[in-house]
Design a protein around this ligand. Structure first.
Ligand code: P6P
Length: 338
């Protein structure tokens, strides 16, 4: 790990290079993916920061594969990432929340050994009211044979197979947090120089959390064990101190606050969404990888989330993620459900 004092200035590019140097067998392809994602993040930042000013707020009129009303910034962020990533020769395929199927690498470009899955702008319904939104990404090695275009089998891998994962939060500042399996590290964008600077090396999330993030408007649709779990987190069964409820309605914002301050984010299955709402491959898995790297945990209510074997590209999953001890309580109280 880089030896740095509190005042060291380390750019994300230098950090990526220093990390790569620790692995002699590294070819630099994964590093290239991370550089290019940082560039895409800066480009999306510039769009998000001006959203209210150049009248690109409001729906694009179209709707995405999820049937959700597509905000113009969704479309723009999706295009920025796709165009930033499709020609580097490191990917053999991509997948996005905004696209029905696999995004192929254009024929004129070389295919590489990785696949990238991403949610280009999560929480985008919050854009119009200036609530933080985010980009979430996941990188895995291809498993299909050959060196040609990637296949669906390359996407449908359990989260344990991720080689890198991260998110960008477009909040009061823009931060990029990522892991390659050697700790979780946060970089804050200094807009005056256009550089992501290392601001949160080796993030560790508190073992027991302060914050509970849940939308309890669905309480009537939860199972009884989930209701009992929420009573526990709220201290209503007198088994623990009540947690502070903080719910922004933007996964990246809620997750990031809990990662740094300690807490649990909960989006259970409910009668309206029997598989939960959040997407396994490009929302839950990357957050679970980061959370575990920071000493936290993530389950779907029954299993360690990173062990779930996906069957569909856009499949949803219940999510209980955050401070280790708080997730352990969830595992215990929900075990009676199965
Ligand atoms: P609800 C935003 O639409 C999102 O996908 C996540 O960012 C967020 O955590 C969740 O949905 C909020 O869902 O049902 O509470 O509005």
């Amino acid at each position: 790990m880089i030896k740095q004092s509190e005042t060291s200035i380390v750019t994300i590019d230098r950090f990526i290079i220093e990390q790569e140097a620790k692995f002699p067998e590294a070819t630099g392809e994964l590093s290239g993916i991370l550089y290019d994602l940082a560039v895409a993040a800066k480009m999306i930042t510039s769009k998000v920061r001006r959203a209210g000013l150049i009248d690109i707020l409001g729906g694009a009129g179209s709707s995405n594969v999820q049937g959700e009303h597509q905000q113009k910034l969704d479309v723009i962020a999706n295009e920025i990432i796709t165009k930033a990533m499709d020609h580097g020769g490191r990917l053999c395929a991509m997948a996005s929340e905004e696209e029905t199927g696999i995004i192929p690498i254009p024929r004129e470009f070389k295919c590489g050994k990785y696949v990238l899955l991403f949610d280009p702008l999560d929480g985008s319904s919050n854009i119009d009211v200036n609530v933080p939104v985010g980009t979430i990404f996941s990188v895995m090695k291809r498993v299909s044979e050959g060196e040609g275009p990637g296949e669906m089998s390359d996407m449908l891998q359990p989260g344990l197979r991720q080689v890198a994962a991260g998110y960008v939060i477009y909040g009061s500042s823009t931060m990029m947090v990522y892991t390659t399996g050697h700790g979780a590290h946060g970089f804050t964008l200094d807009p005056s120089i256009g550089e992501f600077l290392l601001s949160h090396p080796n993030i560790r999330t508190p073992e027991t959390g302060t914050y509970l993030s849940v939308n309890d408007a669905y309480e009537q649709h939860w199972s009884e064990p989930v209701r009992a779990l929420m009573r526990r987190y709220r201290g209503l069964d007198l088994q623990r101190e009540a947690m502070n409820v903080r719910y922004v309605g933007s996964l990246v914002a809620d997750f990031h606050r809990n990662l740094l301050g300690g807490g649990i984010f909960v989006y259970p299955a409910n009668k309206k969404s029997p598989q939960g709402k959040l997407r396994l491959l490009y929302e839950c898995n990357p957050m679970a990888f980061i959370c575990e790297q920071a000493g936290g945990a993530a389950i779907d209510g029954r299993h360690r989330l990173l062990e779930v074997v996906p069957t569909e590209l856009h499949q949803r999953s219940p999510l209980f993620i955050g401070s280790k001890k708080d997730v352990e309580i969830a595992a215990k109280l929900l075990s009676s459900e199965h």
